[in-house]
Design a protein around this ligand. Structure first.
Ligand SMILES: C[S@@+](CC[C@H](N)C(=O)[O-])C[C@H]1O[C@@H](n2cnc3c(N)ncnc32)[C@H](O)[C@@H]1O
Length: 224
């Protein structure tokens, strides 16, 4: 999955991953993290998710990162926001109130920016990446977040041989192995969602779970 794949999907309007509402599992579990209101929260691979708006309403300084300029423009336009923009080595920054989206590559995010994030919310980000990219992604992003970071990770779990990703199936054993060197990852919810996601049944899946993990920095972990 290279950059062109995603840029084309946004150009062609193939964005069925986008939800027209805030993710209920975010609303349910975010308060359990007890993250201070002013904390900076990273939303990697954010698309134009309404979850950014919800997190901002909790008082967080929200930092989204998204490759597609179309997604970024649509996010601000559809939410009635007029961002100020500037360029840096990380990409093009768009800022409106306490929401900032960097239009750029998540792998270009630098250590200082990541270390300033005490929260992270990952929905349809880890599972958007093919197996070969996931280890690099987790090490780069989660290995460099604040030493006290806390966050939520939502994954999908299905039989990968039944459907090509994205979204990919990322099983619990893989999550624990990907995060285990620097983070604690604890399953806090797992539920079947196939009946709510007919598009995946149409693609051949006979079972589909979403799994919610609470993430945090492992005590005395070495980073990156
Ligand atoms: C499956 S979508 C999920 C979007 C969002 N998290 C949501 O819940 O709607 C994945 C998004 O990641 C973006 N993306 C893919 N690779 C990226 C990268 N290397 N850096 C930043 N964004 C990326 C894509 O353009 C796409 O909008």
């Amino acid at each position: 999955m290279d950059a062109d794949f995603w840029l084309e999907r946004w150009r062609d309007g193939q964005t069925r991953f986008h939800q027209d509402r805030v993710t209920p599992l975010l609303q349910k579990y975010w308060p359990s993290l007890s993250l201070e209101a002013g904390s900076r929260v990273l939303v990697p691979l954010c698309g134009k998710s309404l979850d950014l708006v919800w997190l901002a309403r909790q008082g967080h300084q929200v930092l989204g990162v998204e490759l597609s300029p179309l997604a970024v423009d649509q996010f601000f336009a559809e939410n009635g926001l007029r961002p100020e923009a500037r360029d840096s080595a990380l990409g093009r920054h768009h800022v409106a109130g306490n929401i900032e989206i960097i239009c750029g590559d998540i792998f270009a995010l630098d250590q200082a920016t990541l270390a300033a994030c005490a929260g992270v919310y990952d929905r349809a980000a880890l599972v958007a990446l093919p197996a070969g990219m996931r280890e690099r992604y987790v090490r780069h992003v989660y290995g460099q977040l604040s030493d006290q970071y806390r966050g939520l990770l939502l994954t999908l779990d299905y039989r990968q041989e039944q459907m090509d990703g994205p979204p990919f199936s990322v099983r619990e054993a893989e999550v624990l192995s990907l995060y285990g060197t620097h983070s604690d990852a604890q399953v806090i919810d797992r539920r079947s969602i196939l009946d709510k996601e007919p598009k995946f049944a149409e693609r051949g899946l006979t079972g589909l779970d979403t799994v919610v993990y609470r993430l945090g920095r492992k005590a005395a972990a070495s980073t990156a």
